[in-house]
Design a protein around this ligand. Structure first.
Ligand code: GLV
Ligand code: MN
Ligand code: MN
Ligand code: MN
Length: 402
């Protein structure tokens, strides 16, 4: 068996350990919400894997875990890793691939007799997707201090459980001293598009993350009887909502931007009642901040106009906003040369996007033959995952061992 077949086998063996965790039998997608049973299981698995590699684990008081190859008190550490949590019925790879690959890259370096001259740290960030508490990259935003503690303390899941309750403690917030010990972060991630299928390369280096955010629209109307209320007498917020969904799609297309309204709640949510309230969330992303701001303003304007017609009310609240992230150009070029890999932008958010504001940060993308993500169809072949591990090991060798 060749060394590369062996790595494919080792990838599959480690991957199989986590593949069933949190998988929904009906959709084949994952329900790995932050700090719920499946994700806690994966966090325990992380500690176990670190233990097997003699890597002591620390946490930052915010739910982020760090496994250290080298002295946790030393500076200049090179950080890699990703997250375990998923979107509802998400794919297997978004997040966990970066953590599994990081442990395998450590193994590959050790097998090659390479030792880091500065600590090499594998991280598991908490609540990257924001699927439980609504704010994406919650862990990295707390670590960096980008998210105020009062805001984090007020975050609750759909069952009313607060982030502090789920964590078992009030989050510690910004950890500048810990952050200062890291000299670089590299997050490996499954590609969430088809660029690598088109270029024919298994691995790419990221150049930038589009600015993006989440906005909550509350549409208020008058709940009433579906059978007895004349059509002309209705104040139906579902109509305003439906119009807003179409407007978001149209306004995004006009600008070459992306808009999605993939989440909605309805009160009272009865077949035979006109709703009293509809809440719909807009996820909007664009290559430039001005385009994004223009898109959100235009969608809001259309919603207000339509609310006037429907006799409803609409309010808009920003739930999260992530500015344009340009990854360290020098580092991206260096890694692209090292790996002979293409350089690509992405519309997806990542903890790497948050940390990029604080330390030199890079991302590696592994080819996804379906191009689909945030869905059970998300995929990467074992051979490409092994190529990702090899690429990450080379990068870590370059950054931590020279
Ligand atoms: C996170 O994956 C996001 O970009 O929504
Ligand atoms: Mn994701
Ligand atoms: Mn991810
Ligand atoms: Mn993400």
């Amino acid at each position: 068996m060749s060394a590369s077949d062996d790595l494919v086998g080792r990838f599959r063996a480690l991957w199989n350990e986590i593949a069933p965790v949190g998988r929904d039998g009906r959709t084949g997608g994952y329900l790995r919400y932050a700090l719920t049973e499946p994700e806690l299981h994966l966090r325990a698995w992380f500690r176990d894997q670190a233990g097997r590699r003699d890597m002591p684990v620390t946490d930052d008081g915010n739910g982020n875990l760090f496994a250290w190859w080298g002295d946790p008190e030393a500076g200049d550490a090179v950080l890699t890793g990703s997250h375990f949590d998923s979107v509802p019925h998400g794919g297997a790879y978004d997040g966990p691939l970066g953590i599994v690959s990081a442990f395998l890259a450590v193994d590959a370096l050790r097998a090659a007799g390479v030792a880091p001259v500065r600590p090499l740290v594998v991280a598991a960030f908490v609540e990257e997707e924001g699927a439980r508490f609504g704010v994406p990259c919650l862990g990295s935003r707390l670590l960096t201090g980008e998210l105020a503690l009062e805001r984090a303390a007020g975050l609750r899941d759909s069952a009313g459980v607060s982030f502090a309750e789920a964590l078992g403690a009030r989050p510690a917030g910004a950890q500048p001293e810990l952050l200062g010990r890291f000299s670089a972060f590299v997050e490996l991630h499954v590609e969430q598009g088809r660029a690598l299928v088109e270029t024919g390369a298994p691995v790419a280096v990221a150049s930038a993350i589009w600015p993006h955010g989440r906005w909550r629209f509350d549409f208020l109307g008058e709940g009433n009887h579906a059978g007895t209320t004349r059509m002309a007498d209705r104040h139906d917020p579902m109509l305003t909502y439906a119009f807003t969904v179409l407007a978001a799609n149209k306004e995004a297309r006009l600008r070459g931007a992306h808009a999605t309204m993939g989440r909605v709640t309805v009160e009272p949510n009865a077949t035979n009642a006109i709703p009293s309230r509809v809440t719909g969330w807009l996820d909007a992303r664009a290559a430039e901040p001005e385009t994004l701001a223009g898109l959100v303003a235009a969608v809001h304007g259309k919603a207000v106009e339509r609310a006037h017609r429907d006799g409803t009310e609409v309010t808009l609240a920003e739930e999260s906003a992530t500015p344009l992230v340009a990854f360290d150009g020098g580092l991206a070029d260096r890694l692209a040369r090292l790996l002979d890999a293409p350089v690509l932008p992405t519309g997806a958010g990542h903890d790497a996007g948050v940390l990029a504001g604080y330390l030199p940060t890079a991302m590696l993308f592994v080819r996804n033959p379906t191009g689909i993500s945030h869905s059970p169809s998300e995929w990467a072949t074992d051979a490409d995952c092994a190529a990702g591990v090899r690429a990450l090991a080379r990068v870590l060798q370059e950054l931590a061992c020279a």
